[in-house]
Design a protein around this ligand. Structure first.
Ligand code: GDD
Ligand code: MN
Length: 354
């Protein structure tokens, strides 16, 4: 067996015949098998079993009763069940055209990559199949945010959120993966440095049925990002918290010494911004300093951003209070949480960009 094709499915019965037919045609000349890892509540497994009686390539279905780990969990189960070490993952709704399998396979065959990613965002690729503009936007923004959080690991990957890729399972540590929801490739790439290559492809329209993407998947995705980046993000948050306390103490001390409130607030803000920078330099982004721009340049960017952010945050609080009738404390809380994420993303994307 040269290639195991893993297809996670959740209620894709009306797509199976078309999918299997086209895969079978596309992989002619490659010794391949298809494993459908299914969590359906419809008759997808029966449909696949019936198809398996007539296919020329081996086709089997693993039906799971517990939907552990969702799509990502299903893919990891597929890796374990595969006969070949080389595993290709694709969706069951034909948004990943089976005709692109040989391209991925041949690129992988060049032997210089552990993972070959089919990318919508490489020149030549496209995402025709996104139902609406909102989803294109969400996809682009979340890709940019994700790349900014893993600037080194994802440097060569334009589409870390794709579900269409081929990899050598010996190159990954399956036990370290914590699949939650949809983004299994991100989990794989973020956990371990791998050699990645990309080929462009066009994300097609869904053949039949509805997408299983949901707000819930979005929440899974955010928790996945946080967990993967937990080390850096939590340190960044702790330092931010220390800074906020220091800020309060300085304002209190200066005003107690008779300094004017506004002057005290400005001094306190600038001292904490500088202190913050020194701490994140030393403890959060120390491993990224080497590849980034020089120290004064990093300072200028960080200092400029934090001042701008402080200036923007005050009118934003006012806006929330005045127009949205949010209480002042809640509005401050919301903007601080927002500012935390924006600040983290800005520092990984701009200040410490390689
Ligand atoms: N086994 C299993 N369990 N499969 C699932 C589950 C689950 O809980 N949820 C979804 N799937 C299957 C679907 O049946 C389909 O074959 C594939 O995973 C992708 O799900 P879609 O519902 O088609 O989602 P999509 O089109 O929004 O997602 C695609 O685009 C994303 C990039 O924006 C997929 O390619 C994702 O992998 C990709 O990340
Ligand atoms: Mn889909």
């Amino acid at each position: 067996m040269q290639l195991s094709i893993i297809v996670p499915t959740f209620n894709e019965a009306p797509n199976m015949a078309e999918l299997v037919g086209r895969i079978q045609h596309a992989v002619e000349g490659i010794d391949a098998e298809v494993i459908v890892v299914d969590d359906s509540t419809d008759d997808t497994p029966d449909v696949v079993r019936a198809l398996a009686e007539t296919t020329t390539i081996p086709l089997r279905v693993i039906h799971r009763d517990e939907r552990t780990g969702g799509l990502g969990g299903a893919v990891v189960e597929g890796f374990a069940a595969a006969q070949s070490d080389v595993c290709l993952v694709m969706d069951g709704d034909l948004q990943h055209p089976p005709e692109d399998i040989p391209t991925l396979w041949h690129r992988f065959g060049e032997g210089d990559a552990d993972v070959v990613v089919a990318s919508r965002y490489q020149s030549g690729g496209a995402e025709a199949g996104f139902a609406d503009k909102t989803r294109v936007f969400v996809s682009k923004v979340s890709t940019a945010v994700t790349k900014s959080m893993f600037p080194v690991r994802l440097r060569d990957v334009s589409d870390p959120m794709t579900g269409f890729f081929v990899l050598d399972r010996r190159a990954i540590d399956a036990e370290t993966l914590r699949p939650r929801g949809f983004k299994i490739l991100l989990e794989i790439l973020a956990r371990k440095p791998l050699r990645v290559a990309e080929v462009p492809f066009t994300f097609a329209d869904r053949h039949a049925g509805d997408s299983k993407a949901s707000v819930r998947q979005g929440v899974h995705f955010l928790s996945q990002l946080t967990a993967l980046r937990f080390g850096k993000m939590s340190l960044f948050a702790i330092i931010g918290g220390v800074g906020a306390i220091a800020n309060l103490v300085i304002v209190w001390a200066l005003t107690a010494m008779g300094v004017d409130y506004l002057v005290a607030a400005i001094i306190a803000a600038e001292v904490t911004i500088i202190g913050n920078f020194l701490l994140i330099e030393r403890f959060v982004f120390h491993d990224m300093r080497g590849a980034a721009s020089g120290g004064w340049m990093r300072f200028a960017k960080s200092f400029g951003f934090n001042n701008a952010e402080a200036l923007v945050r005050i009118p934003l609080v006012a806006l929330l209070v005045e127009s949205w009738h949010v209480s002042a404390v809640l509005a401050t809380g919301i903007t601080l949480v927002l500012a935390f994420f924006v600040r983290f993303v800005f520092h990984s994307l701009v200040v410490y960009a390689p």
